[in-house]
Write a new protein. Structure first.
Length: 167
């Protein structure tokens, strides 16, 4: 079982500030949860993660059955790369470099997503469909894993996000 694409390091570029680790901390935690699920003996826990890895092109040459049988070879770096690709970057290093360059704008965006996960959100096959729907019904369109989601948190969550001081 061989991952396709460039080699990935889980290391973050040195920035001299905590902004990068403040942003990547939640992503690393999510990668850890995904990694545990991918390694799980439970098919229902493992397969969704394995499908995401295939869809992102990380293990695109492997049949799902082979990927499930060899799931112990999946490393955390594969999940970090998956999250970076799903966020619109080519790899984990590109995501870290973008965050290091402009951490504040990225941080507010990830905060909004973290606060909206527990609410019902509308999903669309394309970003265009999502924008058309959002123009009528409101919400914030985000691309995610080749799809688009409209995030509409509680009004109090939006107020908290807008009034929060910059880091």
């Amino acid at each position: 079982m061989q991952a396709t694409g460039p080699r990935v390091s889980s290391a973050e570029p040195a920035t001299g500030s905590g902004a990068l680790s403040n942003f990547t901390g939640p992503l690393r935690a999510q990668a850890r949860r995904l990694h545990r699920a991918a390694l799980s003996e439970s098919v229902s826990a493992s397969l969704p993660v394995l499908r995401r890895l295939r869809a992102a092109g990380i293990f695109s040459n492997e049949p799902l059955s082979v990927l499930f049988a060899g799931r112990r070879q999946i490393k955390r770096k594969h999940l970090l790369r998956l999250l970076a690709i799903e966020a619109g970057f080519g790899d984990w290093e590109s995501l870290c470099a973008a965050v290091a360059h402009d951490p504040c704008s990225r941080r507010s965006e990830i905060d909004l997503i973290e606060r909206c996960w527990m609410h019902a959100n509308d999903w669309f096959a394309t970003e265009r469909e999502a924008h058309a729907y959002a123009a009528v019904h409101g919400g914030k369109v985000r691309r995610y894993a080749g799809h688009a989601v409209i995030l509409r948190p509680d009004p109090q969550v939006l107020a908290d996000t807008k009034t929060r001081p910059s880091e």
